[in-house]
Design a protein around this ligand. Structure first.
Ligand code: GDP
Length: 527
């Protein structure tokens, strides 16, 4: 296959949802349909095995949340799907934002009884910033659900997004019978007896097809006809361009637990979801089918195997083809590296990556040296943009319980910061380190990880700090003056950038007012 054909078959996507809407269940079913796993339940089982291996993950086990995100690749009907998992808990949303920089589209899962929830909304906003196409899966139709018109209205109103139902539910809760496929005119009935059945559907000529009466009782049929007529009157017909631009979402109704609607969602993604898109770099825009390899690191996961102390840099391929043994330029350091041991992530296993193309994700094991946002190329100096770091909202001082371990702690913190697990600041004055996070649960996870992975028991202590801002200015002299005048409120982050640590909002405003020609940034685009 040519490079362009290979890339055209890639669908790299993530699922966004509020906890409990059914993301894990849907993931399992997508993998089951893709033949990537034999039995549903495997995703969880694998997760549990992995969790058991490392202690810090106990935290996530105890709290019942999933902290680490991973990649799952599977093939289905001529397409290669790369599904990037996103942690659902809101304390880890920073990680999720970065994962979303590495996908081309998203599936938004809603609980049919709850509609749009806080986390769905937040994640949606991130997708919108990137004009990302979104398909919607309304899950749990086998339970008492809200009126489908109501749900569509909510999506349209609260997200300002056009909706176009791809299927229409027949009944709900105990009376949920299945869906009418509005795109292909098929009737798909749910077979509750076998939760893993892959229903093929019954092709019809339309809602007047007399065969409908063989499958549905008269009253259901009547309601279906009325509702579909209303839907067609009220909602926009599916428009591919509008979906690709992020203005319209096709809506699928189903029940992940019963494997229902999953196949339709998959064929929707195959037929409509975008293949790998172009990416912006500081120097120029990079097209996926360019001959030369390029990619960026969007996630670093440390100590996946504690025995080896390895770190895995997850790289999204932006252009070209990767081949094992290739020499790649690590643009930030200017070094050239031969990559022999890159990994591909299948549903159940990792395997050595012989080849991969734009859209795919490879993992490069390393011992440090990679940072989130780093670019890899075949030689060109390209620096990709748009991978965010967020100003932390909570800041604590961290100290080793044994003061002799301070040096080791510094190294551990640096690694955790490079991995994106927290922001770490070294104040210009004083010997302590300040750790900043977006959600308080992250402190617990960090303390557990520093203890188990680096063998340094630590204590987190509250600070009087309110927030942090990256300070930038075009005039180096001015920046220097500012730094001299504010040493007591300044620190540097793990890359050496100056950061203003504000004690309260008044203090923050004062800094900004006194230095109008400097910029106090809430997010730093890692480049
Ligand atoms: P996540 O937190 O979004 O990953 O949600 P899970 O996939 O873990 O699902 C949350 C709960 O909802 C679990 O108890 C699932 O068994 C249940 N669930 C998921 N999908 C369905 C569905 O289609 N119907 C019903 N009745 N329950 C579901």
């Amino acid at each position: 296959m040519t490079l362009t054909e290979d890339i055209g078959n890639r669908r790299t996507f993530a699922i966004i949802s509020h906890p409990d809407a059914g993301k894990t269940t849907l993931t399992e079913k997508l993998l089951l349909f893709g033949g990537a796993i034999q039995l549903a339940g495997e995703v969880r089982a694998r997760g549990e095995r992995r969790r058991a291996r490392s202690d810090w993950m106990k935290v996530e086990q105890e709290r019942g949340i999933s902290v680490a995100s991973s990649v799952m690749t599977y093939d289905w009907e001529g397409c290669t799907f790369n599904l990037l998992d996103t942690p659902g808990h809101e304390d880890f949303s920073e990680d999720t934002y970065r994962v979303l920089t590495a996908v081309d589209s998203a599936v938004m899962v809603l609980d049919a009884a709850k509609g749009i929830e806080t986390q769905t909304r937040k994640l949606f906003e991130v997708c919108r910033l990137r004009d990302m196409p979104i398909a919607t899966f309304v899950n749990k139709m086998d339970r008492e659900a809200r009126d489908p018109f109501d749900l569509l209205d909510e999506v349209e109103q609260t997200l300002a997004l056009d909706v176009s139902p791809a299927s229409w539910p027949i009944g709900m809760g105990r009376d949920f019978k299945g869906c009418y496929d509005l795109i292909n005119n098929r009737l798909i009935l749910m077979q509750a007896a076998d939760k893993n059945i892959r229903s093929e559907g019954i092709s019809l000529s339309g809602l007047d097809d007399p065969r409908l009466a063989d499958y549905l009782p008269e009253d259901s049929l009547q309601t279906l006809r009325e509702q579909v007529e209303m839907v067609r009157g009220l909602c926009k017909p599916f428009d591919l361009q509008s979906y690709l631009e992020g203005h319209l979402t096709p809506v699928f109704f189903g029940s992940a637990l019963n494997s229902f609607g999953v196949r339709d969602l998959l064929s929707g993604l195959r037929d409509f979801a975008p293949p790998p898109r172009s990416h912006k770099a500081i120097e120029r825009r990079i097209e996926p089918n360019e001959d030369k390899f390029s990619g960026f690191v969007f996630k670093i996961q440390a100590n996946m195997d504690p025995k080896h102390r390895d770190r895995m840099a997850f790289v999204r391929l932006v252009s070209g083809r990767f081949k094992r043994g290739m020499k790649l330029r690590h643009v930030r350091s200017g070094k050239t590296i031969s990559v022999h041991n890159a990994q591909l992530f299948l549903a159940q296993d990792r395997e050595l990556a012989e080849t991969a193309v734009a859209g795919d994700i490879i993992g490069i094991p390393n011992h440090g040296g990679y940072k989130i946002g780093d670019s890899l190329t075949e030689g060109e100096d390209i620096r990709f943009t748009g991978i965010p770091s967020f100003a932390p909202e909570l800041m604590q001082r961290v100290r080793p319980i044994d003061p002799m371990r301070a040096k080791h702690l510094a190294r551990a913190l640096e690694q955790l910061a490079e991995e994106g697990a927290a922001s770490v600041f070294k104040p210009y004055l004083g010997a302590d380190w300040i750790v900043g996070v977006v959600g308080s649960l992250q402190f617990d996870v960090l303390a557990a990880r520093i203890d188990t992975e680096y063998n340094i028991p630590v204590r987190f202590e509250p600070t009087e700090l309110y927030t942090a801002r990256w300070v930038v200015g075009d005039d180096p002299k001015l920046l220097k003056q500012f730094m001299e005048a504010n040493r007591a409120s300044l620190a540097e982050d793990h890359s050496g950038h100056p950061v203003y640590l504000a004690r309260n909002s008044w203090h923050l405003n004062k800094g900004q007012d006194d230095w109008p020609d400097l910029r106090f940034l809430k997010t730093k685009q890692e480049v």
